[in-house]
Design a protein. Sequence first.
Lengths: 188, 387
Amino acid sequence: MTRTRPASPFVVLALCLSTVLVTACDGGAQPKSDQPGPPADGATADTLPDELLLESAPEGAVAVATAKRSAQPGEMITVRGRVGGRKDPVLAGRASFLLADPDQIAACDSRDDDECPTPWDFCCEPKEKITANTITVQVADDKGRALKLDLGALTGIEPGSFVVVRGKVGPRPDPNALVISADAIYVE
Amino acid sequence: MRTLPWEYGIRNLGRSPGRLALGVLGSGLVVLLVLAALAFVRGMGASLAGSGGASNVILLGAGSQESVERSEVKPGVAGIAAGSIPGIRERSGVPYVSPEIHVASLVRLAEDGDRTYLVNFRGVEPTAFLVHDQVRIVEGRAPGVGEVLVGKLAAVRMGVPDERLAVGRKIVLDENEWTVSGRFEAPGTVMEAEIWCQLSDLKIATRHENLSCVVLTFDEGEDLSEAEIFTQRRLDLELVSLRESDYYGKVDAFYAPVRAMVWITAILVAAGAFFGGLNTLYAAFSARVAELGTLQAIGFSRGALLASLVQEAVLTSAAGSLLAAAVALLALDGLAVRISMGAFGLRVDGPVMAAGLATGLVLGVVGTIPPAWRCLGMPLSGALKSG
């Protein structure tokens, strides 16, 4: 007579552990974070206009504060300022950055004892003063949308850079809103 | 190497049922502690990760990226954003733009006297249900004037029985009674612990002139950086934009010390139990020194004996782990936990179970080696004489 061997306890234990794992894996609703990731942002990158970067500064540049006071929608203007006004003033992946007036708002690195790692955000100044002395510069397509490219990598514009920008003033829905669509940029 | 039969270890376990039961219970408790800590960490992380919609962007007041309650956004921003930002999803001409006020406020229950409870309120318009598609009304209806919609975990957040916030019950905010018009669920999100009401009502009750935020939903495939472009173009509005998931990611980072404390506590208690178990095993193995010496004398190597001892310990700890896993699945999974920001459910899922069970198995192996090493290290003559 053939004697059957009982199942190894190890096998039984392994089966129990597997059952528990499968049960646990099956339970609960899928949280949002487990669902497919966010939609891809945008389509392929645009190219930088060939004539955008200048070898020398254009003439007749005014300060940011002056432009903000007097610039009219549609006029051509040349402005000099310092890239800053926020911790990340150059938008990643888009041709848009903020330009601040360094004569009106003091950067943290103007003080000897200040070791702020992001002096271009002018964080020592009141928020309203920063807003009043900062403008927006974009390199736009013919529909007015900021180009999809890494402006910093292509032009050397980085937070804290001094630049001179020439371009057209966009609509001004508010005195504190000034957007220049740049056709020429000089990085000092 | 000639090993001891598998059945030898099994029979040894049965020699002392009381000791076996204690071993199973002890290892089960340690594994249950680990499972509870993991479930807490996973649940908290999941509720924050799940709260941010994949296509949602939140517009906050500049400088308030860390806390929506402190953010101030001008009332007209929702309309300006809807008209200016390309790519916002629409349904039947209604843009997915939700202006909101977030406030943590003290409330009373109408029949509860002066006792107050801290609650997270969210003042919304109907578009909030488009933007926050995780939210589903499961009882009653959306709130009208003077009414509130209560999240499924709001009672846990307040520390009151669920029926105190049933449809038709009243809560008191700013000395005015608000009627519960309905209940909603939003599984795996912090919203489930909130109380929602009409935006205009909350503005008046809390004397807020401004909004806390505006939440937008973009169409699939659209560029979410258009929201950031908008905040740069309209510096006058003093806004910043964040993906909603990134905002809750920052909140999640804020609670990292809480999670660290949970881990440290669990590790300390488990370590205490582990060393207690080591002590017990030392005693148990010491009582078997003569037996182990006899087995060596008849030709089994120390390695084979060690393997048999590890087999016994692993079987014991595995049984304890299975018990702990069953308790965790039945009693802990989904259990609501109250924290300062709201409430969330513990989450006992696959990775938690795997880690818990692995802990049990490792305990069995690691916990056996020191006492076994000591007992097997005795000279053979001494071991045989000790019996």
